[in-house]
Design a protein around this ligand. Structure first.
Ligand code: G4P
Length: 288
């Protein structure tokens, strides 16, 4: 991966392989379970998902909802529902919200189930695949959703060798490997959001640059968060604010100067882990 002023260029070799695998698998499934990050519901979507998923039923899961602003979660759910999507908020780490997916699967696949029934096919389970950009929580979700139902069903005729299906119940089978999608990598703002949530390799962007950009977003959307966490106020510009965090956290270099890089690391860690509070960076309107 590399970064330049013209935007983010993100297409490492292993991604090409993953994408090919995804495209191969998509023919085998009825339903796409699309995971997005509730903190950046737009930027964590794949720009080609509508084309890739054409003709398939689809569910959108706002994952990591525990780290996002609860009001914003509700607003985003309403937004996607208005567009006709089947959507739920989940926390794959604890499993919260995951059970409700079974009902949604039936809803999303109603047409397919009805079509099967008319052809005399009954009880053919829906086959689903989890998809999403890196780090959005795909593996965590599969583990959480599959729970103890990890008995693999083995290879099937017509299924690429080695492919495994997890039988969740009589109505639903899940491909055990998620499909990795690429993000909208040409947009610099999207790239920065992805960096905040840790979906971009941290080496791509300078930590301080990332922290300053995050501080600007926080200043606009969550102006009290810095006071609550570090006991500091916004200082006219992001760099001065970062230095205030360095002072407050005692981040000093050997020569007794301020270690803004260390402060930047602290800020980003605090954001990613939710210690700054539940926050949604991409909001509908200005403040949800
Ligand atoms: P991926 O397959 O899409 O690449 O993502 P993966 O499941 O590896 O999850 C990426 C990180 O996101 C993991 O953290 C995972 O624990 C965390 N995660 C996934 N879903 C949720 C969620 O709903 N809420 C929260 N708070 N975190 C979630 P990690 O730091 O890489 O690992 P770990 O320290 O949690 O073990």
């Amino acid at each position: 991966m590399n970064y330049s002023d013209s935007g983010y260029h993100w297409y490492p070799g292993h991604m090409t392989k993953a994408v090919r695998m995804m495209q191969e698998n998509i023919g085998l499934i009825d339903l796409l379970i699309e995971l997005i990050d509730a903190r950046i519901p737009m930027s964590s979507r794949n720009p080609d998902i509508d084309r890739l998923g054409a003709g398939k039923a689809r569910i959108i899961l706002l994952n990591k909802s525990d780290l996002a602003d609860p009001d914003c979660n509700r607003q985003w759910i309403a937004y996607f529902q208005e567009q006709g999507a089947h959507v739920l908020e989940v926390n794959s780490k604890t499993g919260a919200g995951v059970k409700a997916i079974n009902g949604l699967v039936q809803e999303a696949c109603r047409e397919k189930i009805e079509r099967d029934r008319k052809r005399g096919i009954v009880n053919r389970p829906v086959r689903a695949m989890v998809v999403g950009i890196p780090n959005v929580g795909k593996s965590t979700f599969i583990n959480s959703f599959a729970g103890k139902a990890c008995a693999k069903t083995g290879n099937r005729p017509g299924v690429t060798k080695g492919k495994q299906w997890i039988r969740l119940n009589k109505n639903l089978e899940l491909l055990d490997t998620p499909g990795i999608l690429w993000p909208k990598f040409e947009d610099k703002q999207v790239g920065m959001y992805l960096a905040f949530i840790g979906s971009m390799n941290d080496e791509v962007i300078m930590t301080e640059e990332m922290a300053c950009s995050l501080l600007s977003v926080l200043h606009k959307s969550y102006p009290d968060a810095l006071q609550a966490r570090y006991g500091i106020a916004w200082e006219d510009d992001p760099w001065a604010t970062l230095e205030a965090i360095a002072r407050s956290r005692g981040c000093l270099t050997k020569g007794d100067g301020l270690d803004s890089r260390k402060a930047a690391g602290i800020l980003i860690d605090d954001f990613r882990s939710g210690r700054l509070g539940r926050m949604t960076l991409e909001q509908i309107g200005t403040r949800c």
